[in-house]
Ligand binder design. Sequence first.
Ligand SMILES: Cc1ncc(COP(=O)(O)O)c(C=O)c1O
Length: 484
Amino acid sequence: MFGWIEHLVFTFVVAIVTSIYFRKGKDELLRMLVIVLKQLPGVEAMISSYLQREVSSFIQTTSLASKQSNKESLKIVIPKRGISNEELKDKINTMLKSETKNEEGRIFAYTYTLEDDHFEMQKDVFKTFEEKAGYSMEHDQVVSECFQAFMHENALNPMVYPSLRKMETEIVKMTGAMLNGDSDVVGFLTSGGTESNLMAVKAYRDRAKKLYPQITEPEIVAPITIHPTIDKAAHYFGLKAITPNTVLLAASAPQFCHGILDPIGQISQIALRKGLPFHVDACFGGFMVEKLGYEVPPFDFRNPGVTSMSADIHKYGYSAKGASVILYKNSEYRKYQIYTYSEWPGGGNIGAAWAAMQFLGEEGYMKKAQELMDTTKKLIEGITKIPGIKILGNPCMTAFAIGSNDPDVDIQVLADLMDKKGWKMERNIKPDSIHCSILPHHIPYGNKSLSGKGTAGVYGMVSTVPDKSIINDFLVEFFSEVYK
Ligand SMILES: Cc1ncc(COP(=O)(O)O)c(C=O)c1O
């Protein structure tokens, strides 16, 4: 009986193969055969290990070949002590010497600007508008010089610009080590917190597509306080929130609006129990704060359920804008991100981020983290003493939100009044509050008395201001005007 069934199946397969061959050609037939073969148990793993071997031996023949042993490259951490300006310059000059110069005419892509007057003009304009990282004048100078040194190099092709690849790898390793990742942790540098979070969501969306093809409407579970970049990512990549279709848990360390740390330890346990990946958005937070001995619950890779983290170097890492790191627990998670990585904007950001970490060293970061934590603490203490307002929750890092504890005090109106006095206040809703990130330029304020006359005067005015519906109208007008 099986004889004729086998015969039938065989005839059917031959008919399909012949039809594909004649309709779509030999290449399409081969492609289909590979897809079918990959479904057989063990075949995909075999192909993947073959590809890995091929890639490794190819890399050894290129400028990417590592001069370090594997053991050495695992040891890359932010240096305890920042290196001197001279040493940094020496290292950068050595790296620059090893790059292919476009002036030599041997590159046919990537760099459009020559080292001429036009470039000098660009440097001048960049200098005029560049943001100060806020650490110290010397640090700003270092970051700026490194940005300019690599400004026109393009990380799109690591074989043409191996220094960018070296620095990026080191930045990722230094950040991974700072966040207590083990040697399996891998990642990429991105242009900012937004891109890091977008890439994490994209990676998990693609992972779910591959591993759970039955989920056609993948979802993320995250607290309402998660940064809007996660919503944006869900919107871009077609995901929604909560149910059996959940493919990702996400939380913040800390969340931006109120500076509060989400319960990472507990969510990590849920992630392990449910077998779900867990992304921690640490874009804003916590460079070194915990190492100083403050009571900050572990929020990084020490939690076994955490599978990825985003951390911004252009925030408390004191580099130029355009630098964040997305880290994955291991390359199994990262591989789902790789396609979109080719969007990388430029080399200046890599140079600046690498230089910032080398120059400040762990001691430099700790010193500034200490000053910022002291300032935050003093501001929180001062604000707590002012009648009518309060700090929301228990922020444990360098941001907090001020709310009202008096029905007569409309906190949004207070923000308006502060704006009138020349401050630039950040508003939260749900609940209404004022957001404050404490930054290096606030450090001098930590020594001023907050319960003094000025604030009391503002408080006095608050109760005289009418209903807060004005604020909505104001916002509509504001945005209409700004985006005219
Ligand atoms: C927690 C958090 N995630 C993500 C972002 C987005 O970062 P970026 O502005 O660098 O894109 C921010 C920005 O403040 C943030 O605080």
